[in-house]
Design a protein around this ligand. Structure first.
Ligand SMILES: C[S@@+](CC[C@H](N)C(=O)[O-])C[C@H]1O[C@@H](n2cnc3c(N)ncnc32)[C@H](O)[C@@H]1O
Length: 260
């Protein structure tokens, strides 16, 4: 047996990053990744968490993503890790779209994932709140045609009215069978917050369902709604990440499927 064959390489493969980011190396990341430090999802390294991959329903998300010719849209894509997650599971990137109001994080995603030339998703730089779905808009070609819409840590950035309008726009992009999946921070006592980018509304389960009751009524569509309030530790957040948040912080995981 050669010396090479005797070596079991698996012993030095650690799939978890854990605490390996030490202060000496951590400073490297702030330079590119933290250039946008406005959002906790970036500043707290939340893009390294499992996200939708941690959902028990993730296999059904993959099923939708793997439909023949499925169109996939990541709203408020940030670095684009959710699209890379699907790509890592073998989903072709040619029918993926990533939308964000800023291009900076999306561009940094190519450095993080080193996949320029392999990630073929179309990037749409647009304000989702003001972009309409008319033929000439950047979303026009996707109206009524998207199979899977991902909205991680995105819709809660807006106030109630903003979320209602954005959710109705999502309905406009959808068709029967479309799945909407994502997660966002919430509060046991649903309420508004002022943040540097504007007024946000943090949901609990009941308020989320109430919002979607209005969406369904106003769009004449029906959706199967799965939404769960979970401790933020379930997302993989560390206790030290949570100290700035009020006691009633929760995570809202949601998966909605359009029935008609
Ligand atoms: C909190 S980050 C979440 C990024 C990513 N989805 C994730 O889970 O890491 C919110 C993203 O939404 C984008 N965004 C904020 N307001 C937006 C708007 N009105 N239209 C489109 N994108 C917006 C931000 O630029 C940012 O990349």
């Amino acid at each position: 047996m050669s010396a090479q064959a005797a070596i079991d390489c698996s012993v030095w493969y650690q799939p978890e990053i854990g605490n390996r980011l030490k202060p000496e190396t951590r400073f490297v990341f702030p330079r590119p990744g933290m250039a946008s430090r406005k959002y906790p999802c970036i500043g707290l390294w939340m893009f390294l968490l499992p996200g939708i991959a941690g959902f028990a329903e993730f296999p059904s998300v993959l099923e939708v993503a793997r439909r023949p010719h499925a169109n996939i849209l990541d709203l408020g894509c940030g670095l684009g890790q959710d699209l890379r997650l699907l790509a890592a599971h073998g989903v072709p990137t040619e029918r993926m779209w990533a939308l964000d109001i800023e291009a900076q994080l999306w561009n940094l995603g190519f450095e993080l994932f080193r996949d320029q030339g392999r990630m073929h998703a179309g990037f749409i730089q647009a304000d989702f709140q003001t972009t309409d779905l008319c033929d000439t808009s950047p979303l026009g070609a996707l109206t009524g045609k998207v199979d899977l819409i991902m909205a991680s840590q995105f819709l809660h950035l807006f106030d109630w009215e903003g979320q209602l309008a954005a959710s109705k726009k999502i309905v406009g992009l959808s068709k029967p069978g479309t799945m909407l999946v994502g997660f966002q921070q919430g509060r046991e006592q649903a309420r508004e917050y002022i943040r540097p980018w504007g007024m946000m509304f943090y949901h609990n389960r009941e308020s989320f369902l109430r919002l979607w009751e209005s969406v369904q009524k106003q769009t004449g569509t029906r959706w199967k709604i799965q939404v769960a309030a979970v401790p933020l530790q379930d997302w993989g957040m560390e206790d030290e990440d949570l100290t700035w948040m009020p006691e009633d912080r929760i995570g809202m995981n949601f998966l909605l499927t359009r029935e008609e």
